[in-house]
Design a protein around this ligand. Sequence first.
Ligand code: ADP
Ligand SMILES: Cc1ncc(COP(=O)(O)OP(=O)(O)O)c(N)n1
Length: 273
Amino acid sequence: MSHVKSALTIAGTDPSGGAGIQADLKTFQEREVYGMSVITSVVAQNTIGVQRVIHLPIDFIEEQFDAVWNDIKPNAIKTGMIATNEMMKLIAHKIKDSQIPYVIDPVMIAKSGDPLMEEASRAVIRDTLLPLATVVTPNVPEAEWLVNFSIKTIEDQKEAARVIVHQLGAQSVVVKGGHMEGEAKDVLYDGEAFHYFSSERIDTHHTHGTGCTFSACITAELAKGRTIKESVELSKRFITDAIKYSLELGKGNGPTNHWGYRLQGLPTKGVRQ
Ligand SMILES: Nc1ncnc2c1ncn2[C@@H]1O[C@H](COP(=O)(O)OP(=O)(O)O)[C@@H](O)[C@H]1O
Ligand SMILES: Cc1ncc(COP(=O)(O)OP(=O)(O)O)c(N)n1
C-alpha cells in the first residue's frame, strides 16, 4: 500500500493561476500531498476580475469525480467554487459516506466583486454541504450571509462560529478575519473550544487567491492526518507568508503565492516551510 497522501479539490478554474483549482494544486504540491482535481466551472478571470464563466455539464462533473474516486481515493477533499444547486446536490450525494476529512471554502463572490455562486444556491450549500463539513472556512461576508447578522467584532466572529457549528451542523469552522479591521485574526471553533490565529495585517492589495490557498493548505494537512487545530495553525502561518511574498503580477490584485520568495529570488531566512 502506498504511503503517499493525496487530496482532491472540486472547484472552478483561474487561468491566471492565483485562485481556484490552480491555487489548490500548487498548495497541495507545496505541502507535499499529491493533488487531484475535478473542475466544476471554467472561468475566464485574471488579477483584475472575472470575464466569463462556463459551467460544465453535470454528468461530466460526475464522470470526472468517478474517474478519480474509483481509481485513487483521496485522503481529504475540499470544495471551492460550486456555483449551482445541481452541482451541490451531486457532490453531497457523492461524498456523504466517504469518511474522509472534507473542507468547504464557501466561495460566493470573488474579491473583484464578481459572483461565483448563484444567489439562490447559497441556501443549498448551507443545507446540503455544510452538515458534511469537517471544516468550513467562510470569510466575513460569507459568514454574515450564513448566519444572517453583521460581523464587526471578535465577539461577532465567535457568535457566527457558534451558529455555524450548532445550528448549521458543520463539525468545525474558521471565521476568517481578512475582511476585518486591524490584525488578521481567524477564529476556529470545533463545538467545544475557540482557538485564535492572528497575524499582523500585511499592507498589500496582492491577495488574489488567499481563501483558496488557506483552505487548500488545511485540506493537505488533514490529508496527512493532522488534527483540525494543527492544520489550521500551520495554514495560518503558510497563508501569512504567502501574502508577505505575494507577486506583483498582472494589472490588478496580484496572486498570493507561498513560493513567491523563491520566484523572486529572495532569501529564504524567516520563511516557514
Ligand atoms: N492583508 C492581510 N494580512 C494578513 N493576513 C491576511 C490579509 N488578508 C487576508 N489574510 C488572511 O488570509 C486568510 C484568508 O482570509 P480572507 O481574505 O478573509 O479570505 P477570502 O480570500 O476568502 O476573502 C485568512 O487567514 C486571513 O486572516
Ligand atoms: C475559480 C475561483 N474560485 C474561487 C475564487 C475566489 O478566490 P479567493 O481565494 O477568495 O480569492 P479572490 O479571487 O476573491 O481574491 C476565484 N476567484 N476563482
